[in-house]
Write a protein that binds this ligand. Sequence first.
Ligand code: HEC
Length: 137
Amino acid sequence: MKITILISTLISICLLPLIPPVQTPELTASIARGREIYADFCLQCHLANGEGTKGTVPPLAGSDYLKKYRIESIRSVKYGQSGKIKVNGIEYNGTMPNPNLSDEEVADVMNYILHSWGNTGYRAVTVSEVKAIQKEK
Ligand code: HEC
């Protein structure tokens, strides 16, 4: 009896990561605000489909950088980004000016890009998470 409970508990723990994260009303609202911010501050470079321009502006759609470097991605949006970075195997060495957004706007636009153009499976970015991220020395 005990062993059955143990096994079923283990199985449910293993299956947990397969359950897609539920989109809370807060996240849905944040994504909607982020869409407006994207149109005003990001679209001109990263384009409406998030594909950027190969070799000049890195993509946000399907970006492995977003997947691998959550903190660095948020930092880019909070403070701007320059210097060499590699996105989907292609090197970029450009400059993204500081968009000068509030922490809430950074969280909203991050939530928009992490849940658009096929990007999925990301935890919601919170204002306190953004607040805690500091400029690199
Ligand atoms: C003036 C053009 C420009 C604007 C406007 C701009 N970016 Fe960027 N962005 C870039 C460039 C260029 C890079 C790569 C910089 C480098 O080479 O170090 C970049 C890098 C990034 C990265 C990290 C790399 C990646 O592709 O995952 C993210 C995330 C990002 N931008 C999001 C945004 C968001 C969100 C906005 C709007 C708030 C925005 N950018 C506005 C040009 C821009």
